[in-house]
Write a protein that binds this ligand. Sequence first.
Ligand SMILES: C[S@@+](CC[C@H](N)C(=O)[O-])C[C@H]1O[C@@H](n2cnc3c(N)ncnc32)[C@H](O)[C@@H]1O
Length: 319
Amino acid sequence: MMAAGHYPVLIEEAVNALAVAEAGTVVDATFGGGGHARRILGELGSEGRLIGIDRDPEAAQRARLLAGEEPRFVFRRGAYDEVLKEMVAEGEKVDAILFDLGLSSYQIDEAGRGFSYVQEGPLDMRMDPESGASAASFLNEAEASEISEVLVRYGDVPPSEARRVAREVLRRRPLDTTLELSAAVRAATGWKERGGNPAKKVFQAVRAYVNDELGGLSRALEAAERLLVPGGRLVAITFHSGEDRMVKRFISERSRECVCPPELPVCACGARPTWSKGAVLKPSTRQIEENPRSASARLRSALRTGEPPQLGSPLEEFS
Ligand SMILES: C[S@@+](CC[C@H](N)C(=O)[O-])C[C@H]1O[C@@H](n2cnc3c(N)ncnc32)[C@H](O)[C@@H]1O
Protein backbone atom coordinates (compact mmCIF):
# COMPACT_ATOMS: atom_id res chain seq x y z
CA MET A 1 0.00 0.00 0.00
CA MET A 2 1.30 3.43 -0.87
CA ALA A 3 1.49 6.18 1.74
CA ALA A 4 -0.35 9.32 0.65
CA GLY A 5 2.24 11.96 -0.15
CA HIS A 6 5.26 9.68 -0.54
CA TYR A 7 5.69 7.10 -3.26
CA PRO A 8 7.77 4.23 -1.82
CA VAL A 9 10.69 3.40 -4.10
CA LEU A 10 11.52 -0.19 -5.17
CA ILE A 11 8.98 -1.50 -2.67
CA GLU A 12 8.51 -5.03 -4.08
CA GLU A 13 12.26 -5.40 -4.61
CA ALA A 14 12.95 -4.26 -1.05
CA VAL A 15 10.40 -6.66 0.48
CA ASN A 16 11.85 -9.57 -1.54
CA ALA A 17 15.40 -8.70 -0.52
CA LEU A 18 14.34 -8.47 3.16
CA ALA A 19 12.91 -12.02 2.89
CA VAL A 20 10.38 -11.21 5.63
CA ALA A 21 9.52 -14.33 7.62
CA GLU A 22 6.03 -14.59 9.21
CA ALA A 23 7.45 -14.51 12.74
CA GLY A 24 10.39 -12.29 11.92
CA THR A 25 11.59 -9.09 13.59
CA VAL A 26 12.22 -6.38 11.02
CA VAL A 27 13.58 -2.84 11.41
CA ASP A 28 12.47 -0.05 9.08
CA ALA A 29 15.18 2.48 9.93
CA THR A 30 13.61 5.25 7.80
CA PHE A 31 9.85 5.17 8.45
CA GLY A 32 9.02 8.38 6.49
CA GLY A 33 5.46 8.06 5.19
CA GLY A 34 5.25 4.41 6.25
CA GLY A 35 4.88 2.99 2.73
CA HIS A 36 7.54 0.32 3.13
CA ALA A 37 6.49 -0.26 6.75
CA ARG A 38 2.88 -1.05 5.84
CA ARG A 39 4.00 -3.39 3.08
CA ILE A 40 6.36 -5.21 5.48
CA LEU A 41 3.51 -5.55 8.02
CA GLY A 42 1.50 -7.18 5.23
CA GLU A 43 4.18 -9.90 4.98
CA LEU A 44 4.57 -10.47 8.71
CA GLY A 45 2.29 -12.93 10.53
CA SER A 46 0.63 -12.34 13.90
CA GLU A 47 3.90 -13.23 15.71
CA GLY A 48 5.99 -10.87 13.62
CA ARG A 49 7.30 -7.51 14.80
CA LEU A 50 8.27 -4.32 13.01
CA ILE A 51 10.37 -1.61 14.64
CA GLY A 52 10.15 1.76 12.88
CA ILE A 53 12.69 4.55 13.31
CA ASP A 54 12.76 8.17 12.11
CA ARG A 55 14.27 11.39 13.42
CA ASP A 56 11.69 13.64 11.76
CA PRO A 57 8.88 14.92 14.08
CA GLU A 58 6.18 14.66 11.40
CA ALA A 59 7.21 11.12 10.43
CA ALA A 60 7.06 10.36 14.16
CA GLN A 61 3.46 11.59 14.30
CA ARG A 62 2.47 9.35 11.38
CA ALA A 63 4.29 6.40 12.94
CA ARG A 64 2.61 6.89 16.32
CA LEU A 65 -0.79 6.77 14.63
CA LEU A 66 0.17 3.47 13.04
CA ALA A 67 1.53 2.14 16.35
CA GLY A 68 -1.83 3.00 17.97
CA GLU A 69 -3.72 0.73 15.58
CA GLU A 70 -1.12 -1.98 14.89
CA PRO A 71 0.17 -4.05 17.86
CA ARG A 72 2.96 -5.63 15.81
CA PHE A 73 4.51 -2.19 15.21
CA VAL A 74 6.62 -0.13 17.61
CA PHE A 75 8.20 3.21 16.85
CA ARG A 76 11.44 4.71 18.20
CA ARG A 77 12.15 8.32 17.38
CA GLY A 78 15.75 9.36 16.83
CA ALA A 79 18.70 9.23 14.47
CA TYR A 80 18.85 5.65 13.20
CA ASP A 81 22.51 5.16 14.15
CA GLU A 82 21.73 6.12 17.75
CA VAL A 83 18.58 3.98 17.99
CA LEU A 84 20.32 0.97 16.43
CA LYS A 85 23.23 1.41 18.82
CA GLU A 86 20.78 1.48 21.75
CA MET A 87 19.22 -1.73 20.45
CA VAL A 88 22.66 -3.39 20.31
CA ALA A 89 23.26 -2.31 23.93
CA GLU A 90 19.85 -3.76 24.91
CA GLY A 91 20.90 -7.13 23.44
CA GLU A 92 18.22 -7.01 20.72
CA LYS A 93 18.55 -9.29 17.65
CA VAL A 94 16.65 -8.81 14.39
CA ASP A 95 16.13 -10.66 11.11
CA ALA A 96 16.17 -7.79 8.62
CA ILE A 97 16.92 -4.06 8.44
CA LEU A 98 15.79 -1.64 5.75
CA PHE A 99 17.29 1.79 5.04
CA ASP A 100 15.41 3.88 2.46
CA LEU A 101 17.75 6.85 2.61
CA GLY A 102 17.31 10.55 1.97
CA LEU A 103 14.17 12.61 2.27
CA SER A 104 10.50 11.77 1.98
CA SER A 105 8.28 13.74 -0.40
CA TYR A 106 6.56 15.15 2.70
CA GLN A 107 9.84 16.81 3.67
CA ILE A 108 10.78 18.01 0.17
CA ASP A 109 7.33 19.37 -0.64
CA GLU A 110 6.87 21.32 2.58
CA ALA A 111 8.56 24.66 1.88
CA GLY A 112 8.80 25.45 5.61
CA ARG A 113 11.37 22.69 6.12
CA GLY A 114 13.87 24.46 3.87
CA PHE A 115 14.82 21.45 1.72
CA SER A 116 13.49 22.72 -1.61
CA TYR A 117 15.66 24.79 -3.91
CA VAL A 118 12.63 26.03 -5.89
CA GLN A 119 10.21 26.96 -3.08
CA GLU A 120 10.79 29.83 -0.68
CA GLY A 121 11.39 28.70 2.89
CA PRO A 122 13.70 29.23 5.86
CA LEU A 123 17.21 27.92 5.20
CA ASP A 124 16.93 25.06 7.69
CA MET A 125 17.27 21.53 6.15
CA ARG A 126 17.40 19.68 9.48
CA MET A 127 15.47 16.41 9.48
CA ASP A 128 15.11 16.90 13.22
CA PRO A 129 14.63 20.67 13.63
CA GLU A 130 15.34 20.38 17.37
CA SER A 131 18.82 18.99 16.92
CA GLY A 132 22.05 20.43 15.52
CA ALA A 133 22.76 23.57 13.53
CA SER A 134 20.60 24.70 10.59
CA ALA A 135 21.86 25.20 7.03
CA ALA A 136 21.68 28.98 7.61
CA SER A 137 23.95 28.78 10.70
CA PHE A 138 26.48 26.73 8.77
CA LEU A 139 26.46 28.89 5.63
CA ASN A 140 26.50 32.17 7.55
CA GLU A 141 29.34 31.19 9.88
CA ALA A 142 31.69 28.84 8.00
CA GLU A 143 34.87 29.82 6.17
CA ALA A 144 34.70 29.76 2.35
CA SER A 145 37.10 26.79 2.28
CA GLU A 146 34.83 24.78 4.62
CA ILE A 147 31.78 25.50 2.45
CA SER A 148 33.50 24.53 -0.79
CA GLU A 149 34.85 21.35 0.82
CA VAL A 150 31.31 20.36 1.87
CA LEU A 151 29.98 20.98 -1.65
CA VAL A 152 32.68 18.82 -3.24
CA ARG A 153 32.56 16.06 -0.65
CA TYR A 154 28.80 15.66 -0.20
CA GLY A 155 27.40 16.97 -3.49
CA ASP A 156 30.02 16.00 -6.09
CA VAL A 157 30.17 19.69 -7.07
CA PRO A 158 33.30 20.28 -9.22
CA PRO A 159 35.96 22.02 -7.05
CA SER A 160 36.19 25.23 -9.14
CA GLU A 161 32.39 25.61 -9.10
CA ALA A 162 32.29 24.89 -5.36
CA ARG A 163 34.84 27.65 -4.70
CA ARG A 164 32.80 30.14 -6.78
CA VAL A 165 29.59 29.24 -4.92
CA ALA A 166 31.33 29.55 -1.53
CA ARG A 167 32.73 32.98 -2.40
CA GLU A 168 29.27 34.13 -3.58
CA VAL A 169 27.67 32.85 -0.35
CA LEU A 170 30.19 34.83 1.69
CA ARG A 171 29.57 37.96 -0.40
CA ARG A 172 25.78 37.73 0.12
CA ARG A 173 25.51 36.65 3.74
CA PRO A 174 23.57 36.55 5.89
CA LEU A 175 21.43 34.14 3.87
CA ASP A 176 18.06 33.42 5.48
CA THR A 177 15.99 31.63 2.85
CA THR A 178 16.26 28.76 0.39
CA LEU A 179 15.75 31.05 -2.59
CA GLU A 180 18.58 33.30 -1.42
CA LEU A 181 20.88 30.28 -1.53
CA SER A 182 19.51 29.27 -4.97
CA ALA A 183 20.14 32.81 -6.22
CA ALA A 184 23.72 32.74 -4.90
CA VAL A 185 24.34 29.44 -6.71
CA ARG A 186 22.84 30.82 -9.91
CA ALA A 187 24.97 33.97 -9.72
CA ALA A 188 28.10 31.89 -9.20
CA THR A 189 27.47 29.21 -11.82
CA GLY A 190 24.88 30.51 -14.29
CA TRP A 191 22.15 28.27 -15.66
CA LYS A 192 23.32 25.07 -17.30
CA GLU A 193 21.76 23.85 -20.53
CA ARG A 194 22.31 20.26 -19.54
CA GLY A 195 22.76 18.61 -16.17
CA GLY A 196 19.84 20.43 -14.53
CA ASN A 197 19.71 23.18 -11.94
CA PRO A 198 23.12 23.49 -10.21
CA ALA A 199 21.35 24.34 -6.94
CA LYS A 200 20.24 20.69 -6.69
CA LYS A 201 23.75 19.42 -5.91
CA VAL A 202 24.49 22.33 -3.59
CA PHE A 203 21.30 21.71 -1.57
CA GLN A 204 22.04 17.98 -1.50
CA ALA A 205 25.53 18.68 -0.14
CA VAL A 206 24.46 21.17 2.52
CA ARG A 207 21.62 18.89 3.64
CA ALA A 208 23.95 15.87 3.89
CA TYR A 209 26.40 17.94 5.96
CA VAL A 210 23.79 19.51 8.26
CA ASN A 211 22.28 16.09 9.03
CA ASP A 212 25.64 14.24 9.20
CA GLU A 213 24.15 11.78 6.72
CA LEU A 214 27.35 9.90 5.85
CA GLY A 215 28.61 9.72 9.44
CA GLY A 216 25.21 8.43 10.59
CA LEU A 217 25.05 5.86 7.82
CA SER A 218 28.52 4.54 8.59
CA ARG A 219 27.71 4.12 12.29
CA ALA A 220 24.33 2.56 11.44
CA LEU A 221 25.92 -0.06 9.17
CA GLU A 222 28.30 -1.01 11.97
CA ALA A 223 25.35 -1.39 14.33
CA ALA A 224 23.46 -3.47 11.74
CA GLU A 225 26.36 -5.93 11.70
CA ARG A 226 25.82 -6.44 15.43
CA LEU A 227 22.03 -6.56 15.40
CA LEU A 228 21.35 -9.00 12.59
CA VAL A 229 21.16 -12.74 13.27
CA PRO A 230 23.21 -15.08 11.02
CA GLY A 231 21.24 -15.22 7.76
CA GLY A 232 19.72 -11.78 8.52
CA ARG A 233 19.24 -9.30 5.67
CA LEU A 234 20.49 -5.77 5.21
CA VAL A 235 18.74 -3.75 2.49
CA ALA A 236 19.71 -0.17 1.62
CA ILE A 237 18.10 2.05 -1.00
CA THR A 238 20.40 4.99 -1.79
CA PHE A 239 19.82 8.08 -3.91
CA HIS A 240 23.24 9.75 -4.07
CA SER A 241 26.68 8.62 -5.11
CA GLY A 242 28.27 9.35 -1.69
CA GLU A 243 25.86 7.19 0.29
CA ASP A 244 25.82 4.50 -2.42
CA ARG A 245 29.63 4.33 -2.40
CA MET A 246 29.58 3.98 1.37
CA VAL A 247 27.09 1.06 1.34
CA LYS A 248 28.88 -0.59 -1.59
CA ARG A 249 32.29 -0.33 0.09
CA PHE A 250 30.96 -1.55 3.45
CA ILE A 251 29.44 -4.66 1.87
CA SER A 252 32.33 -5.34 -0.55
CA GLU A 253 35.08 -5.02 2.04
CA ARG A 254 33.28 -7.28 4.48
CA SER A 255 32.22 -9.95 2.00
CA ARG A 256 35.70 -10.78 0.73
CA GLU A 257 36.09 -14.54 0.61
CA CYS A 258 39.17 -16.52 1.55
CA VAL A 259 41.83 -16.34 -1.18
CA CYS A 260 44.17 -19.02 0.19
CA PRO A 261 45.28 -21.76 -2.22
CA PRO A 262 43.00 -24.80 -1.86
CA GLU A 263 45.91 -27.03 -0.76
CA LEU A 264 46.35 -24.99 2.44
CA PRO A 265 44.73 -26.94 5.32
CA VAL A 266 43.59 -23.80 7.20
CA CYS A 267 42.93 -20.25 6.06
CA ALA A 268 46.00 -18.04 6.35
CA CYS A 269 44.67 -14.91 4.64
CA GLY A 270 42.46 -14.03 7.58
CA ALA A 271 39.26 -13.61 5.56
CA ARG A 272 36.25 -13.71 7.90
CA PRO A 273 33.46 -12.34 5.73
CA THR A 274 30.68 -10.94 7.88
CA TRP A 275 28.41 -10.45 4.84
CA SER A 276 27.49 -12.21 1.63
CA LYS A 277 26.78 -9.74 -1.15
CA GLY A 278 23.35 -9.60 -2.87
CA ALA A 279 22.35 -8.19 -6.24
CA VAL A 280 22.24 -4.46 -7.01
CA LEU A 281 18.85 -3.31 -8.30
CA LYS A 282 17.70 -0.13 -10.07
CA PRO A 283 14.18 1.08 -10.87
CA SER A 284 12.79 0.11 -14.27
CA THR A 285 11.99 2.73 -16.92
CA ARG A 286 8.34 2.32 -16.00
CA GLN A 287 9.00 2.88 -12.30
CA ILE A 288 10.97 6.03 -13.15
CA GLU A 289 8.13 7.30 -15.36
CA GLU A 290 5.65 6.73 -12.51
CA ASN A 291 7.97 8.33 -9.92
CA PRO A 292 10.73 10.50 -11.42
CA ARG A 293 12.26 11.01 -7.93
CA SER A 294 13.26 7.33 -7.99
CA ALA A 295 15.56 7.78 -11.02
CA SER A 296 18.83 7.70 -9.07
CA ALA A 297 17.79 4.92 -6.65
CA ARG A 298 20.03 1.87 -6.13
CA LEU A 299 19.06 -1.04 -3.92
CA ARG A 300 21.93 -2.97 -2.36
CA SER A 301 21.44 -5.96 -0.11
CA ALA A 302 23.58 -8.35 1.87
CA LEU A 303 23.14 -11.46 3.98
CA ARG A 304 24.76 -11.60 7.43
CA THR A 305 27.09 -14.59 7.79
CA GLY A 306 27.77 -16.37 11.10
CA GLU A 307 31.17 -14.63 11.56
CA PRO A 308 31.47 -12.35 14.60
CA PRO A 309 31.32 -8.59 13.94
CA GLN A 310 34.56 -7.01 12.75
CA LEU A 311 36.76 -5.62 15.49
CA GLY A 312 38.24 -2.14 15.56
CA SER A 313 35.00 -0.42 14.68
CA PRO A 314 33.45 2.47 16.62
CA LEU A 315 30.90 0.08 18.13
CA GLU A 316 33.42 -2.34 19.58
CA GLU A 317 32.32 -1.44 23.09
CA PHE A 318 28.93 -3.08 22.42
CA SER A 319 30.18 -6.36 20.97
C1 LIG B 1 12.99 8.34 1.75
S1 LIG B 1 12.20 8.60 3.29
C2 LIG B 1 11.56 7.02 3.70
C3 LIG B 1 10.25 6.72 3.07
C4 LIG B 1 9.61 5.45 3.55
N1 LIG B 1 10.38 4.27 3.23
C5 LIG B 1 8.22 5.34 2.98
O1 LIG B 1 7.93 4.35 2.27
O2 LIG B 1 7.39 6.20 3.24
C6 LIG B 1 13.54 8.74 4.40
C7 LIG B 1 13.14 9.00 5.84
O3 LIG B 1 14.26 8.69 6.64
C8 LIG B 1 14.42 9.64 7.64
N2 LIG B 1 15.84 9.69 7.94
C9 LIG B 1 16.85 10.01 7.10
N3 LIG B 1 18.02 9.95 7.74
C10 LIG B 1 17.75 9.55 9.01
C11 LIG B 1 18.56 9.28 10.15
N4 LIG B 1 19.89 9.42 10.11
N5 LIG B 1 17.96 8.85 11.27
C12 LIG B 1 16.60 8.70 11.32
N6 LIG B 1 15.79 8.96 10.28
C13 LIG B 1 16.36 9.38 9.14
C14 LIG B 1 13.90 10.93 7.04
O4 LIG B 1 13.45 11.80 8.07
C15 LIG B 1 12.76 10.42 6.15
O5 LIG B 1 11.52 10.47 6.83
